[in-house]
Design a protein around this ligand. Sequence first.
Ligand SMILES: Nc1ncnc2c1ncn2[C@@H]1O[C@H](COP(=O)(O)OP(=O)(O)OP(=O)(O)O)[C@@H](O)[C@H]1O
Ligand SMILES: [Mg+2]
Length: 299
Amino acid sequence: MPETILSICNLTKNYGRIRAVNDLSLDVNKGEVYGILGPNGSGKTTTLSMILDVVNPTSGTFTWFGQPPSHHQRKRIGSILEQPLFYPYLSPLQNLKVLSLIKEVPDTPSEELLKMVGLYERRRSKFSTFSYGMRQRMALAASLLSNPDVLILDEPTNGLDPQGIAEVRDLIRMTASRGVTIILASHLLDEVQKTCTHVCVLDKGKRLFAGSVQEVLQETVLVEIAAHDMATLQHALVGSPMIRSMELKQDLLLVNLAENISGSDLNAALYRQGIVLSHLVQRKKTLENYFLELLKSSE
Ligand SMILES: Nc1ncnc2c1ncn2[C@@H]1O[C@H](COP(=O)(O)OP(=O)(O)OP(=O)(O)O)[C@@H](O)[C@H]1O
Ligand SMILES: [Mg+2]
């Protein structure tokens, strides 16, 4: 059994009449890079704020490392949700030293951390001279200061240039490869696809899907089909082992194929039953398509 790091159970957050997070449940296991993916306003930051005790849930619970949240466990969690306040007139090296005093971390490997986030060259510059991207990197270094078991990141590549994005993604993968479990929120599919092992798709605070990224990619052989008589076509596929699910969209039937079944297998089987397809298009299997389908079907 994998070790459960975070378990969220029926978490809900209302802001007045807005339900930011709606009955959310999910588990994050050790070693995963877990992406919370959703459009703007879908409740990602609110979820992260709740699990970091920054915001109180309206209802529901969560556990960290199998225990109710406590100050002690909080020390095992690094995050860049709450931006640490850096002193503008101090250098990154000095800032990390101050933070390690506050966080009571002995023997901080400040120089190593700065090398890791690509700020070593600027280790003696004042923080006030740092660009937005450099501040992001600094925040990442600070979050790794206490050698956390879990790292929580909210939109880690926001505002970075393409090189910065690639570097931060590398950094995430590198951190994960050192055994740190990572939970990140992102509205970028591409980011989740490239960096995460697992994903939970949120829309309007509700969970639409949770599972491994690999699984999503495997599961998304979607074909659009149509025939002269749509009712007969649909009827022929009810309970068929060749499909996982189907959905009628206007004049098309959108079919999610079972494992190892191709569009032509389906076509041949239907033909044997006397059904001639007038339309058969295989959709590209990307997380993006799957995600868009999920969002469409939840409308
Ligand atoms: N402090 C607050 N007071 C009132 N409403 C809030 C507050 N914080 C968030 N909300 C609302 O809760 C919903 C979810 O917001 P949240 O910031 O969690 O979304 P998000 O998925 O992080 O979005 P984004 O991709 O834009 O960062 C939104 O409708 C937002 O307006
Ligand atoms: Mg957010």
